[in-house]
Design a binder for this molecule. Structure first.
Ligand SMILES: NC(=O)c1ccc[n+]([C@@H]2O[C@H](COP(=O)([O-])OP(=O)(O)OC[C@H]3O[C@@H](n4cnc5c(N)ncnc54)[C@H](OP(=O)(O)O)[C@@H]3O)[C@@H](O)[C@H]2O)c1
Length: 313
């Protein structure tokens, strides 16, 4: 049993990771900018959610003291405007502060969540992801980098976001419809982090994580519609319009941004792993079909259909 501190552990990936770490017998401290909004994690006796100014080096070092490992899950997909400063703060400065705080607190093990294509392309998102990776690699810590493609699971920003749009829109205009992804299940991503924590050979390594299927954005959207039993028209939009769409959203408050110039630039690159990081960590990737219908709603219908068929027999 060991003590793991997670920064950014209250989100989509964090909630699954916390559950797995607790199940594996670890104690977990989750540092949050606002503990009061994160009550659902408090059901675990082995978990503490601690309100912390994660940008304050002293507060971080205090929170890390006595930990066996730190996991940094903080990441943003959008900032206000389009200057890159928000990405630099959340990805690069924060990573630097975390690395320094690990040193100060005597914690040598760090798992850093990143993303496929970190350091490549023209988006602030990917550029700052790459810079954050460099900060970690140049440290004297025992680091591991995790680079997933897009992640799916209950509460995701992929199938569930498309499902919400498709339920109301008979026609869905789609930017960068031909960009390819290898969606990876959140359970496999969390498992990869737990596995990396358990394996000394993961120190100094970067793991690219993807699921077993490679799909374009249009195919992901189409799959969502089919799973929901909806007939929808998904219309790829030309890049010139997509760029304008991004610009139109740039100066909206972050929670209202459905798209941005930076999202557009990230989508210019396919997000498909070159190596099988899941297999290297002893995990067999979970197919979309095994999980998505259950949380998109069709699963309930299927159970009902099976039940009716059973009664008829
Ligand atoms: N989801 C995906 O498809 C995907 C794909 C590739 C990589 N990733 C990366 O995986 C990590 C986890 O993703 P996720 O989907 O779980 O993200 P998430 O749900 O947005 O959670 C991230 C957590 O980071 C904290 N946070 C958010 N903005 C912050 C900021 N500006 N400064 C400091 N802390 C902030 C929040 O915690 P508090 O509000 O409690 O402080 C939040 O719970 C991220 O680094 C993400 O970029 C995700």
């Amino acid at each position: 049993m060991s003590k793991i501190v997670i920064v950014g552990g209250t989100g989509f990936v964090g909630r699954t990771l916390v559950h797995m770490l607790v199940s594996a017998g670890h104690r977990v401290d989750v540092l949050s900018r606002n503990r009061e909004r994160q009550r659902e994690l408090l059901i675990y006796p082995a978990v503490r959610v601690i309100s912390t100014d994660v940008y304050d080096p002293k507060a971080l070092a205090r929170a890390f003291r006595g930990a066996d490992a730190v996991v940094n899950l903080v990441g943003i997909l959008n900032e206000f405007g389009n200057s890159g400063r928000g990405f630099e703060k959340a990805h690069v400065s924060l990573t630097r502060t975390i690395v320094d705080a690990c040193g100060e607190a005597g914690v040598s093990r760090l798992i850093q969540m990143s993303a496929l294509n970190a350091g490549a392309g023209q988006s602030h998102y990917l550029r700052t992801r790459g810079q954050a990776e460099d900060v970690v690699k140049q440290s004297s810590l025992d680091w591991t980098l995790i680079r997933p493609s897009v992640i799916f699971g209950p509460g995701d920003g992929l199938f569930m976001r498309f499902a919400a749009l498709l339920r109301i829109a008979p026609v869905l205009p789609l930017a960068r419809a031909s960009t390819r992804f290898a969606p990876v299940w959140v359970g496999d991503v969390a498992c990869a982090i737990v596995s990396a924590l358990n394996r000394s050979e993961s120190v100094g390594r970067t793991y690219e994580l993807g699921g077993p299927e490679t799909l374009t954005l249009k195919e992901i959207c189409q799959y969502t519609a089919t799973t929901l039993g909806l007939k929808r028209w998904i219309v790829p939009i030309p890049d010139v319009i997509a760029r304008l769409q991004g610009l139109a959203f740039d100066y909206l408050p972050v929670p209202l941004k459905a798209f941005s110039s930076d999202n557009y630039r990230s989508l210019l690159l396919d997000s498909v792993p070159q190596t099988d990081g899941l297999a290297d960590l002893g995990i067999r990737a979970t197919p979309i079909e095994q999980v998505v219908p259950a949380y998109l709603g069709d699963g309930k219908q299927r159970i009902l259909d099976d039940y009716r068929a059973e009664i008829r027999r």
